[in-house]
Unconditional design. Sequence first.
Length: 318
Amino acid sequence: MKSFRYILRQTILSAIAFSGLYNLYRRKNRDRVLVMVYHDVVDDQFDIPSDHYNYNTTIRKSRFVREVKYLCRHYTPITLEDFIAWKIKGEKLPPNPVLFTFDDGHTNLFRNAVPELNRRGVKAVFFVKSGCIGTIEQNYCERYLSYTASYKEGQKAYTAFRQVPFAQQLAMIDQCKGRQYDTVNSQKYSHVTQEECLALLKEGHSIQSHTVHHYILSSLENSAVREELFESKQSLEQLFSHRVETLAYPFGDPRFDFGEREKIQAKNAGYLLAFSGERRDVNGVTRNEDNFSISRFGDVNHDLLYFKLLLSPIRLVK
């Protein structure tokens, strides 16, 4: 039985959707690029509680399909090559362009997201961890968060974890051993194989860098940052004979995870552009936005009505 609050919320959202405000907003921002970021598209039967620490970045396939249909209907999908040509060379794009990006390179993306993209002719960008191709493992921060009991506890632990040096982060993980370990999102830990990456490239998608190990770059020494950036780019280019020109910072919050040092190192490593993690800024990317801190929208795990609302200037409390 749906609550009165839920029914009222859906009624308001439906009224906004039919008002034409979304169309006016898209017309206003038709020359900006909406850069989407998804992390995990899991099977519909996969159940993750709404208070789980990974809830916001994990979306079921049926919900993902609805969002892709909506985006393809109201925006124009572009390729990474289109985006680079526009951002650096000043070339033109169609109105209301959208770039689809996917972080981490988990197998569930290949199984659940890629067929839907191919069906609609969408060419996406997959940021993969070069040291994890074909493996089944969590990144080190996920290992730490897996000992937390809820979204609230996980966010608190996440904030504390990302603000200390790398050696201290490893010590924090060791201190958790023996506690109750979370397995609810085990479907997320399998990474795409070399063969699956080659299939993505053959279908017109792009493989780009998400570093080697997905460490929080700001917590590393200078030499380790260089290694994560250079080695990932070089390894992926050698493995796939494919140009790797862009980077997605692991975790990607400019308040904690990268700064001027990381931007300079990314440029020195030969990257042309670098993307941040998900943000709520959905006005879109402009050509004069910092090439090494490009914003993306990733607040995606919502019903379609609320998702539409988020892609607008209107903000309501969930």
